[in-house]
Design a protein around this ligand. Structure first.
Ligand code: SAH
Ligand code: SF4
Ligand code: F3S
Length: 481
């Protein structure tokens, strides 16, 4: 075998320096299926593992759509799989460790089926060191492709199936924005629509601006056309996706922003509209008014704050202060009194002293979040914060996390308790794994489990809340017509 460095140089590999040089022009293209591949997947089964955020889930829907268009078949059974695809996440070290573990575990299937193809896709592929590590330790991976070129997956599979060569192709520059990519969705009633790709915020701890590239909005006409089609096909709820939906349109239009898009989608008469995620410093009054004026826009706002310390917020490059964040929440609640506000918080960021952490605790008390995802800061190689001095000891990070979690869980439980005895419309999604109960979400995004027929899946029903837990509610179907 060739020297590893030589092998790496032979391929298109990612590079963070190039990733930062945002290329000016974004190409807008229409996806065209290659008819030569119509039968490429005949008699071949694929199994896809999806990690990370909802953006990755949306990408997996595209990968499945493209594979199905070439006659590959999805399976959930590892023994049946001819192709394993790992759609990876790089947000924290723990996310990456899960993928490495899974790659090691799945290798055993090669003993019985040496022709199995392993594909590594997603955000980890965009990292410089991943390819080195794969070639050194996980040489059974056949294809590495990044977030910008997943539309080429059939070309790569064609190479591997016909010539048994490895394919490693990862673009540092963002690829084109495609209209009409095929998608295989989980169901037709709760749908996810990407309104933009990438992120230009460069929070100093975060890998996403490097792995997902420059911010690119989709054209409003394409988004509205896609949603119109989805509604015709039975969509009851659309989830608009982007790393920072509040800056939608800035790269494309002078006078059309996220608030305008929300209004235009509300006019399409879909019962429910949700969106995520939002950055506080881009949130404007137009967006708040769109939530207030259109009952289809659900009263839930996920507004990551990350820290309550102004010193840490500045080091994180977040562009707002604790006081500004609290003002924003107050404004949101003034306009939409019933709005539920959830957040993300990182503890143990470089330089976080006890006093900074206490500021976060104070913020959590003052805001009274309806729920929060809390994380220990994880150093990401290549991001500015990886070079910051004063990294916090893991033990302290963990202690702070426990304190914070106890508080945010209490917030979530008290919100849930306040709902007991009240009725809410719930979009029924599926049978829960908690003993054959139906499950779905209230408008303000609280998970409810309740008994009922699976005929109700995909419908909006009235449910009376009878019991509250920290993470979910128990309810009773209101049988009244
Ligand atoms: N674009 C979204 C989601 C980003 S990832 C947003 O800005 O809200 C989801 C969350 O992961 C972030 O909000 C942040 O709280 C957390 N996160 C990102 N990078 C991290 C890191 N290096 N260590 C720990 N948590 C991190
Ligand atoms: Fe990461 Fe910040 Fe972009 Fe969110 S807004 S994806 S945290 S850089
Ligand atoms: Fe993870 Fe990439 Fe999403 S790093 S959180 S899968 S954008």
């Amino acid at each position: 075998m060739k020297n590893k460095e030589e092998l790496i140089d032979k391929y298109f590999k990612p590079n963070f320096k190039s990733a930062i040089q945002r290329k000016d022009k974004v190409e807008y293209l229409d996806y065209q299926a290659n008819l030569a591949y119509t039968n490429l997947g005949k008699n071949l089964h694929y199994l896809i593992f999806t990690y990370g955020c909802i953006g990755n889930s949306a990408d997996s829907e595209t990968i499945k759509g493209i594979l199905d268009s070439a006659n590959f078949q999805e399976t959930k059974n590892e023994h049946e799989a001819d192709i394993f695809i790992l759609n990876t996440c790089a947000i924290r070290e723990g996310a990456e460790d899960r993928v490495w573990g899974e790659l090691g575990r799945l290798k055993k299937y090669l003993i019985f089926k040496p022709q199995i193809i392993f594909i590594l896709a997603g955000c980890m592929s965009q990292e410089e060191n991943t390819i080195k590590k794969v070639l050194a330790k996980y040489n059974h991976v056949d294809i590495i492709l990044g977030t910008h070129n997943l539309y080429k997956i059939l070309d790569y599979l064609h190479v591997v199936l016909t010539s048994h060569e490895k394919v490693i192709e990862v673009f540092s520059y963002e690829g084109a924005v495609f209209a009409h990519l095929p998608k295989k969705r989980l169901n037709n009633f709760k749908v996810f629509v990407e309104i933009m790709f990438g992120c230009d915020e460069f929070c100093t701890y975060c890998i996403v601006p490097y792995t997902r590239g420059k911010e690119r909005s989709r054209k409003k006409e394409d988004i509205l056309e896609e949603i119109t089609r989805l509604i015709e096909n039975g969509a009851m709820e659309v989830n608009l996706l982007g790393q920072n939906v509040n800056s939608y349109g800035k790269d494309l239009y002078e006078n059309y922003s996220f608030g305008d898009l929300l209004q235009d989608i509300a006019r399409l008469h879909i019962p429910r509209i949700r969106f995520m995620t939002s950055h506080p410093h881009d949130l404007d009054l137009k967006t708040i008014l769109a939530i207030k004026n259109h009952p289809q826009v659900m009263p839930h706002f996920h507004l990551p704050v990350q820290s309550g310390s102004n010193h840490i917020l500045q080091k994180m490059n977040r562009h707002y202060t604790k006081e500004e964040y609290i003002d924003l929440v107050t404004t949101l609640r003034q306009y939409v009194p019933k709005i539920s506000i959830t957040t993300d918080i990182i503890v143990g960021f470089a330089g976080e002293q006890e006093a900074d952490f206490l500021e976060t605790i104070d913020l959590v008390k003052k805001v009274g979040f309806d729920g929060a995802y809390t994380f220990m800061y994880s150093v990401r190689e290549g991001t500015p914060a990886a070079k910051f001095s004063e990294q916090v000891d893991n033990k302290i990070k963990n202690q702070r996390l426990q304190v914070l979690m106890a508080m945010t869980n209490e917030g979530s439980l008290s919100k849930n308790l306040s709902m007991v005895g009240h009725y809410y419309p719930v979009l029924v999604e599926s049978i829960s794994n908690k003993g054959n109960l139906l499950c779905g979400y209230t408008p303000d995004y609280r998970l409810v489990n309740f008994a009922g027929s699976d005929q109700l899946i995909g419908k909006i029903v009235q449910v009376k809340i009878i019991k509250a837990k920290t993470w979910f509610l128990l309810g009773e179907l209101d049988e009244q017509p």
